[in-house]
Design a protein around this ligand. Sequence first.
Ligand code: ZN
Length: 343
Amino acid sequence: MSWTTLIGNHRVKATLRAALREDRLAHALIFSGPDGVGKRQFALTLAKAVNCTEREADSCDQCSACRKIDEGAHMDVMLVEPEGTFIKIDQVRQLIQEAYYRPFEGRQRVFILDPADALNESAANALLKALEEPPATSLMILLTSRLHALLPTIRSRCQVHTFTPLTVKEIEGFLRERYRRPEDQTRLLARLSGGRIGRALEIDLSVYRTWRKEALELLKLLAAGDDRARLIKAAEYLGRKLSREEFEDRLSVVNILLRDLLYLAVEGDGADIINVDIASTLRRLAAVWPLERIAALSAHLETLRRNLQQNVHRQIALEDIFLLMVSGETCSSTEAKKRLLRK
Ligand SMILES: [Zn+2]
């Protein structure tokens, strides 16, 4: 990708481009921000921009340098990733040795550490030395979603660029351009992604929709409140032997629906809901289910999610929550509502 085709994070892009044009790019950079928002793409574009043989401070994506970098075959661009859990000291020693060589085929040697928070302590200390006296023809780019996990001494020697999640519009545009799929799916995926392209590419919409259908049936049962036998069955079904991760995934689908219902109950127009493809179904449900009860259910499920760490019996906990819900208990806590709306 060239600068013009990179999506989102316009301020980071403008800063890097200006630094390149004015030849004042720092030799050690940190790209900090959530996973899936394009940090690695930005780093690779920067690696091309400093090595492209056709363009000044940009990449053409056509010359042999750009193509080699895209293929991971450029002699001067190294991606350093964890071996196992950590980036180890031997990897950093090799990096440092390489960093002091002159470029083999390009103008600058570029080292991308992804994620830099995987450096173990001795590796981080070794890297520190190279960051203190950076070789003039080398550029180090440290990627992380956990800036606080890097040693303060490393952070202070690098120029930090902060990445943010992309807007729904940016993700929709990206998905439309690259993938052929019905518009309602594109809109749903963009909203489910939380502003992270990486996440949008990971989500299996057919799985999500299957789970959502089940969750919606459950919510309808809870809203109607008159079929306790089916609710107990639902608790049994949801509480069955799933791994904790799978169970949390299911819960999060219920929570996304509850969040949408709250938005619809509070704001009505549905501009901010995630499940845009079933807006009319959700609107009907929100119209018959009091706001306080939606908030109460959400608060109970959140407590359950937190208590999962204590190995609560899921099925019994769910039964308790469902029966509590249909027996008239409400949650008037404005805190809970606010928290839900922030999600
Ligand atoms: Zn090029």
